[in-house]
Design a protein around this ligand. Structure first.
Ligand code: HAM
Length: 451
């Protein structure tokens, strides 16, 4: 199986000398942390994407397609100057006009930018979703890549906890539709900007009191982004963090009421969750509700879905005040989880393989294949190309995973017949009129016919 982690070992030298002394260029490899998704894996991706799309659209969310490149300024302002993403992880470059552009590290900023630019937020409620690759120059490891894929959902114009609940219900529904069971929901409220400012002050006071015990990262964050200290994974910091002031104690009344009502809605829907007061998220635009779905089956990179409310962002980017909430799913991690949980994925092998021989057989067969695909709904039919003896064509048919081989030679072509042989099990070969083949195949494979 291909390695999804992009940890391909030491690259070979750029030129190599063969035994006869010739110098040859070495082949070029993918950029570290950016994966090819090979045909053996794409059926799982398609299953995942189709299922997610179906569920998200069942909630009335509409797709928006966004550029991969945005002006660097957009991410700096949205995600925050003092975040890991903006400080260390963006793929930023100057284009030929000297403009600073960045490959999107996430989708929310672009979605807000586009929605503002096209007037989608003015006096309207919007429920949007998007999909595609995101780019972060992180240290690659299992579950963490430099190009990874997200499906994101954003809802604009609704300030109550009901929309927070709706998108959390949606995520729970997504796991159900995918057949995933092992994820745990964690929620928290970050409060309003004012509440967070008060909490921030208390945190800074507390950490200043134990400056000598802070690691380098935390010291750096003390002035710029002290809440992120709580996110530190350094084991030596954990006791200190454990005794730090707690965000819930600083929540304003408005945020507390919002959060309590969200909890009531989740309880009423029977959705299990844990309140994690240390959940702060790595992007600056959040306020009030934040949440993550976490699994312990994927090692260190166990967050499969994350999001929350960002009521201030639209205004901060120059729009009218617009409440907003959303989340994004990490598709690589979901694929890994589908595998880890042993979820049965739909078979994507061809149903049937058409063996062809003789000049008439090939001519008629290629047309007949098209007729069959038109007639049988969802039929995956491989036509033999490139000739070959019956034996080698049957070998290819077997290897393709098809359940049925169809055969048209010159005789069958002239008589309007086709031979049909099951490739799984022992049933005898049968010969039937080509006109009856669609009906017979449909029955055999459990596929419907087109009207
Ligand atoms: P995020 O937490 O940065 O949030 O990313 C969301 C999800 O993307 C993560 O939970 C994870 O599954 C996946 N992910 C992130 N980085 C990587 C990586 N390097 N390799 C593989 N997967 C990764 C956001 O991006 C926000 N825009 C979510 C949001 C939407 N909030 C409101 N609306």
């Amino acid at each position: 199986m291909q390695r999804l982690d992009g940890l391909g070992g030491t690259p070979p030298p750029s030129r190599q000398t063969s035994q006869d002394g010739k110098i040859t260029a070495r082949s070029i490899q993918a950029v570290r942390g950016m994966n090819d998704i090979l045909p053996e894996l794409t059926p799982s991706w398609q299953y995942l994407e189709d299922t997610l799309r179906r569920v998200i659209q069942a909630y009335g969310y509409r797709e928006i397609r966004l550029p991969l490149l945005e002006k660097t300024e957009l991410f700096k302002r949205s995600i925050g100057e003092v975040t890991d993403i903006v400080e260390k992880e963006m793929y930023t470059f100057e284009d030929r006009n000297g403009d600073s552009l960045t490959l999107r590290p996430e989708g929310t900023a672009g979605c807000v930018r586009a929605s503002m630019e096209h007037g989608l937020l003015h006096n309207q409620l919007q429920r949007l979703w998007y999909a595609g690759p995101m780019f972060r120059h992180e240290r690659p490891q299992k579950g963490r890549y430099r190009q990874f894929h997200q499906i994101g959902v954003e809802a604009f114009g609704m300030e109550g906890p009901d929309i927070d609940a709706e998108i959390i219900f949606m995520t729970a529904q997504l796991w159900k539709a995918l057949g995933l069971k092992g994820a745990e929901l964690q929620i928290n409220s970050l409060g309003t900007t004012a509440a967070r400012a008060a909490y921030r002050e208390a945190l800074v006071d507390y950490f200043r009191g134990c400056l000598a015990d802070l690691d380098e990262d935390s010291r750096r964050r003390l002035d710029s982004n002290p809440l992120r200290i709580l996110d530190s994974k350094n084991p030596q910091m954990q006791t200190l963090i454990g005794a730090a002031p707690r965000l819930p104690d600083y929540l304003d009344v408005e945020s507390r009421v919002h959060f309590d009502e969200l909890r009531n809605l989740l309880d009423a829907a029977g959705i299990d969750y844990t309140v994690n007061p240390r959940l702060v998220r790595g992007l600056d635009y959040y306020g009030k509700t934040v949440f993550e779905w976490i699994t312990d089956r994927l090692g260190a990179q166990g967050t499969i879905c994350a999001g929350g409310r960002y009521d201030g962002l639209v205004e901060y980017l120059g729009g009218r005040p617009t409440p907003a909430v959303g989340f994004a799913l990490g598709l690589e991690r979901l694929i890994a989880l589908l595998e880890a949980e042993g979820v049965d994925l739909p078979d994507s092998s061809p149903h049937a393989y058409l063996v062809l021989s003789g000049e008439h057989g090939v001519r008629r067969g290629m047309v007949f294949a098209g007729e069959l695909r038109d007639a049988v709904k969802g039929l995956r039919l491989l036509t033999n190309c490139g000739g070959g003896s019956f034996k080698s064509q049957f070998r290819r048919a077997d290897k393709s995973g098809a359940a049925v081989a169809l055969v048209i030679g010159d005789d069958e072509a002239k008589q309007g017949l086709v031979a049909l042989k099951s490739l799984r099990g022992e049933s005898a070969q049968e010969t039937l009129p080509q006109a009856d083949a669609a009906g017979r195949l449909g029955k055999l494979l459990g596929l419907e016919l087109n009207a």
